[in-house]
Design a protein around this ligand. Structure first.
Ligand SMILES: O=P(O)(O)OC[C@H]1O[C@H](O[C@H]2O[C@H](CO)[C@@H](O)[C@H](O)[C@H]2O)[C@H](O)[C@@H](O)[C@@H]1O
Length: 307
């Protein structure tokens, strides 16, 4: 039995990699399929562009990764879709040539399209330092006052539970429990979150890597943000798109599903172990994401007719 176990695990591992081959080994194949298509790149942040670390405030991306993302964005429209607030993810990435969608897609900034009216309360126009116009779309805007209230309440409710970190992600709240060491403390925390939510029925709870996420119950997730960006980046409809989406978390699965349903592009999961996913391809960790992006950027540079 003891000897059989590692072999069994190896079989599971190999089976999974057969189903979700490495995006690096499949690079050439992917590129061959992109002929005549417009590549567009979507990236998750935590666990994809930056490694998972203990302190959410210190999840910095490396300069090398920043340079690789910048290079990719020179050749292909590139967006980062994160669970963080849009401002926070921008403060980590610091690239102006990239589009950002924060709060799991509930706060998206894209280019303003000519002859397009954005006259509802969920859109507003903004201008950058160079005078370029952008549109911000915030479909969960109505929930802001309640989120602000919950933030204060959650802080109060959890102040005596050691290790809890609450992160304000603008349109959602992250309740981190990575440093909650006691099972009892974790149970108390979960209880507090759930009992608070009884008073806020318009919100629901999802989970990520050692984090509970409080989110407004609107039908809007990273998959919707991906589609919103595709529809608003001003692509010529006659050209077939080839979206590449790289992400590591359960929330990225919504975007993977959209790509599968559209029947176009490459959903790529970042995972060092077999995991249930809608992605086609895999990358082991952020260092493999880096290699993939470097390769994509180089290829983009040598194919000036693309992008
Ligand atoms: O959509 P993402 O960009 O992947 O954001 C998802 C959550 O990521 C962050 O939390 C995770 O990464 C932290 C830093 O490595 C880690 O400490 C934490 O345990 C992870 O859950 C972020 O802090 C959350 O707000 C995001 O929702």
């Amino acid at each position: 039995m003891l000897l059989a176990q590692p072999l069994e695990m190896k079989t599971i591992y190999l089976g999974w990699y057969k189903e979700h081959p490495s995006a690096i080994s499949s690079f050439q194949q992917m590129i061959n399929a992109s002929k005549g298509k417009q590549i567009v790149v979507f990236l998750d942040y935590d666990g994809t562009l930056s490694p998972i670390v203990c302190d959410p405030d210190r999840a910095f991306m490396s300069d090398q990764m920043r340079a690789a993302v910048q290079d990719v964005s020179k050749h292909f429209p590139t967006a980062i879709i994160s669970g963080r607030s849009r401002e926070k993810v921008y403060s980590f990435v610091k690239l102006n040539e990239v589009y950002y969608s924060g709060s799991h897609g509930m706060d998206t900034m894209g280019p303003a399209q000519k002859n397009h009216s954005y006259d509802d309360k969920y859109h507003y126009k903004t201008v950058d330092e160079e005078g370029n116009e952008f549109i911000v779309f915030q479909p969960a805007k109505d929930f802001l006052p309640a989120i602000k209230k919950m933030l204060v309440e959650m802080m109060e409710r959890t102040k005596n539970i050691r290790g809890v970190v609450i992160e304000d992600n603008m349109f959602c709240l992250s309740v981190h429990y990575r440093h909650v060491k006691d099972d009892e403390d974790y149970e108390r925390l979960e209880q507090e979150v759930k009992s608070m939510l009884v008073n806020y029925p318009e919100f629901h709870l999802t989970s990520g890597k050692k984090v509970l996420e409080i989110r407004p119950s609107i039908e809007w997730n990273k998959g919707h943000a991906l589609e919103y960006l595709i529809n608003n980046l001003g692509f010529d409809n006659s050209k077939t798109l080839l979206p590449i989406y790289i992400g590591d978390d359960t929330t990225d699965e919504d975007a993977f599903r959209v790509l599968r349903e559209r029947g176009e592009g490459y959903p790529i999961v970042v995972s060092s172990k077999p995991t249930k996913t809608m992605a086609f391809h895999s990358l082991h960790d952020p260092s493999e994401v880096l290699s993939f992006l470097i390769r994509l950027g180089r290829w983009g540079g040598s194919n000036s007719n693309q992008g």
